[in-house]
Design a binder for this molecule. Structure first.
Ligand SMILES: [Fe+2]
Ligand SMILES: [Fe+2]
Length: 199
């Protein structure tokens, strides 16, 4: 089972990518300044988009594997905080069927992304279709992020949620998830996928 802990990512790889380093710096700033939940989620979206962009320029298996492990970790943490803290509050804030439908679609997009994530977690870059799966995962995430930023963020802003309080809770939970993450997270993803099918 591969290690998806970002702490295992080769630091020399990170130092080669200026954009990622700048986003890490922004993460540090966010620990000192109050950020509303929209800004926290947007920063995550931008970071993962940058990681997918970096993948296009990699050729050797070692760096591909390291970058994919970082992408999987970022997506796992981001999807988990949204599902635990953000999505339920949106559902509770609106009775309207169109909002509930929007959240059903968001859940389903997470589900589809997790199928590809779970496959990539046990694959090697030399395996058939590895690059294609990274590309398709990037496209799925891009579509999902586009809908969240266009439609879901609007609903969050129009709700009565305390956006800064929720932003703090999301940052705290993200930190916990990053500290406790182990390779067994892939097993958690599979368990969730199994549970989802019974809905
Ligand atoms: Fe999401
Ligand atoms: Fe998101």
């Amino acid at each position: 089972m591969p290690n998806i802990n970002p702490k295992s990512t080769n630091s020399s790889t990170k130092s080669k990518h200026k954009t990622t380093a700048s986003i890490d710096f922004r993460d540090n700033i966010s620990q000192c300044m109050p950020l509303d939940v929209i800004e926290v989620l947007h920063q995550d979206h931008a970071k993962v988009e940058d990681l997918f962009f970096q993948y296009r320029f990699l050729e050797d298996s070692k760096h591909k594997k390291q970058l994919v492990e970082e992408i999987l970790q970022e997506l796992y943490v981001h999807a988990t905080v949204e599902e635990e803290l953000v999505y339920p509050q949106i559902r509770e804030s609106y009775d309207e069927e169109d909002v509930q439908d929007m959240m059903d679609e968001a859940d389903t997009e997470h589900h589809v992304a997790k199928i590809v994530m779970a496959e990539l977690a046990v694959m090697k870059p030399s395996d058939d279709h590895y690059d294609a799966k990274v590309t398709v995962l990037g496209e799925l995430v891009k579509h999902h992020v586009g809908e969240e930023e266009k439609e879901m963020f609007k609903k969050i802003k129009e709700s009565k949620m305390d956006l800064e309080k929720l932003g703090e809770e999301v940052l705290k939970r993200k930190q916990e998830l990053k500290e406790e993450s182990t390779p067994s997270d892939i097993a958690k993803i599979w368990k969730e996928l199994k549970g989802f099918r019974t809905l």
